[in-house]
Design a binder for this molecule. Structure first.
Ligand code: HEM
Length: 246
């Protein structure tokens, strides 16, 4: 593990670039900015979503009221579900931007390595971010099918119309199944790693790590935000799995 100063210095540009190099560098910066801004949109959404899920601790009425409130918010200025659709459109656009920038940066980093260009990020971190990101995306597809699009009940003892039309019962029935809890715990571990580095990286792109002290602060914010989101998300599923909520 290199000393902090060495790690900090390793991210500083160290070469004088030709005009072609300058264009390539501006494109990389634009892509990183797109990653950072869309990533911060996700962090905002995750904080709100995590807070909303904690309503499950208050019981069925509190949770379902909250789910309904998400849909009726802003009425009559907005149609029923209007705010939810605005949020969905922002999230979908952010996801497209985030995925596009990550694939572009991924292929640029690979060709840079082939031409022995400066490698900024450690290979292990880059691997975590790429494959962790792909895993989170797969988790999201399953998650949306399960809770929003199809509302799949995976609990054979609690199947039926009652479960699938009641958000609270769907969530409780799901996390009474051990392998479902396992999927979510695995996804939350991946999310922790991704957020820890992503939140730090976004601050670096935005120029908030320009001194060793700011660098430590950015790392601390990354770990703290990732831990807050992941622990908050895990409380309802684990409370259900251990029978504290039913
Ligand atoms: C333990 C963790 C989580 C639980 C228990 C959970 C639970 C839920 C539930 C119950 C819904 C349906 C809400 C409703 O229709 O009223 C939902 C929707 C959703 N969740 Fe999660 N969630 C978790 C983690 C995540 C994570 C990590 C992400 C993103 C990576 C995420 C993204 C979404 C999205 C995008 C929706 C759709 C919202 C909509 O447009 O209707 N969730 N989640």
């Amino acid at each position: 593990m290199p000393a902090l100063g060495a790690r900090y210095l390793s991210v500083m540009p160290s070469t004088t670039l030709s005009p072609r190099g300058t264009t390539a560098r501006s494109t990389t910066i634009a892509l990183k900015l797109l990653m950072a801004v869309t990533g911060l949109v996700f962090v905002g959404y995750l904080l709100l979503h995590m807070y909303g899920n904690l309503k499950a601790l208050t019981g069925e009425e509190g949770f379902n009221e909250y789910a309904e409130h998400l849909r009726s918010f802003g009425e009559p200025m907005l149609p029923h579900g209007g705010l939810l659709w605005i949020v969905r459109v922002v999230l979908i656009l952010s996801l497209i931007g985030h995925a596009y920038a990550s694939f572009k940066l991924w292929s640029r980093a690979d060709s840079a390595r082939r031409t022995k260009y400066a490698a900024v990020k450690s290979a292990a971190t880059a691997k975590w971010m790429r494959w962790g990101g792909v895993f989170i995306l797969l988790f999201l597809v399953w998650h949306l099918l399960q809770f929003t699009i199809v509302k799949i009940s995976v609990n054979p003892d609690k199947q039926g119309a009652n479960v699938t039309s009641n958000p609270y019962e769907l969530v409780v029935a799901s996390f009474q199944v051990w392998w479902m809890v396992l999927i979510y715990v695995a996804a939350m571990i991946a999310l922790f790693m991704h957020l820890k580095h992503g939140v730090y990286s976004a601050q670096q792109t935005l120029g908030w790590t320009s001194s060793p002290k700011a660098h430590v602060r950015a790392m601390t914010i990354g770990v703290a935000l990732a831990a807050l989101i992941v622990v908050g998300f895990l409380i309802p599923p684990l409370s259900i799995a251990f029978g504290l909520i039913d």
